[in-house]
Design a protein. Structure first.
Length: 332
């Protein structure tokens, strides 16, 4: 079985969020395609809580190159997928290396200036949306780019989809306690709309501590480090799924919300243009609260249009076919 190294930061492997879910899904798809996905991460100068001062972001990746190389060489790996731009120098050691970005040097994101130099030496990439493919070409001159979405789990959709369990005033938000994700805006909405029940789901246990700095309204329910099974069960009960992030490289919960037939409120930013079905409404900080309330008041309990749209474009079957074609060419 051909080995492919998947290089991610330690914290990405430990949290119940997008990068870890992507890693598990890729490993499963790889095994079905005869490819062994080997998880590789640095252990020095990193913290299980978050980055350490002086080693944050791409700096921390640079000081861990020897550890990453040792792991790859010890496992006799020749093909590498790396998910953070700080590991772009792997191109110097592995001809067959490809960037699959979990972040992107967009001005909306913290540390984007630090990312930009690394993107200038990317030679091959897999991205999750056509928007990112255009950005890679226009901003950094990278043209060897394949678009493969991170598919959701259709079995979980089948297991949990039940319109009779939808709570009409329930709003769901999934994210991190980071400025880019705007949790403060969700708390403000809840405070202004006491008739709504607002669930905020965070991917890591560490956010239990960081969320203590906020005054949490009585109608907000905080959840931490839920399993995918629990996320889909909770999502089924919500009427509206709301994302108010400044930027996303894919926005996995949005595609999962579409698949579960949620009425979706999303940002206007073009990075969300792939979330374009009938009951997906784009807004901004000026009108989001009105849009969320309008969505909650919709006569539609669920949107089958959204569900069908997601199944056609973002299912794990679509992801598997994308990697089958990619591996066929890349591993030859």
């Amino acid at each position: 079985m051909t080995k492919v190294g998947l290089v991610m930061r330690k914290i990405q492997f430990t949290e119940a969020q997008g990068p870890r879910i992507f890693a598990e899904r890729l490993r499963q798809i790889g095994s079905e395609l005869g490819v062994e996905i080997v998880f590789i991460s640095p252990e020095r100068h990193v913290s299980g809580y978050d980055w350490l001062p002086g080693y944050e972001h791409e700096k921390g990746d640079l000081v861990n190159y020897d550890i990453v190389l040792d792991q790859l060489y010890a496992r006799q790996i020749e093909h590498v997928i790396y998910t953070v731009s700080g590991f772009t120098f792997l191109n110097m050691f592995f001809e067959k290396s490809v960037l699959f970005p979990h972040s992107f040097p967009d001005p909306a994101l913290t540390g984007y200036e630090m990312m930009k130099p690394f993107y200038s030496i990317v030679n091959k990439a897999i991205v999750q949306t056509d928007f990112l493919k255009r950005e890679m070409a226009d901003k950094f001159g990278v043209h060897d780019v394949t678009v493969i979405p991170i598919g959701f789990n259709e079995q979980l959709v089948d297991k949990h989809f039940d319109p009779s369990l939808v709570v009409q005033n329930r709003i769901l938000w999934i994210g991190r306690d980071e400025e880019n994700r705007r949790p403060d805006l969700v708390l403000e909405y809840a405070r202004s709309n006491p008739d709504k029940e607002v669930f905020m789901v965070f991917g890591g246990e560490r956010y239990k501590e960081s969320m203590k700095k906020y005054d949490i309204p009585h109608n907000v329910k905080l959840q931490f480090a839920l399993s995918q099974d629990d996320v889909f069960a909770l999502m089924n009960t919500a009427k509206v799924y709301w994302s108010c992030s400044k930027f996303d490289t894919f926005a996995m919960p949005l595609t999962e919300a579409l698949a579960m037939g949620k009425i979706v409120v999303k940002p206007e930013h073009p990075c969300y243009s792939h979330i374009g079905s009938r009951h997906a409404f784009a807004g901004n900080e000026q009108n989001w609260f009105e849009l969320v309330n309008m969505a909650a008041a919709s006569p539609h309990t669920v949107s089958l249009d959204n569900k069908d749209y997601a199944l056609e474009r973002f299912s794990s079957k679509v992801m598997k076919e994308g990697y089958r074609r990619f591996f066929e060419q890349w591993l030859s």
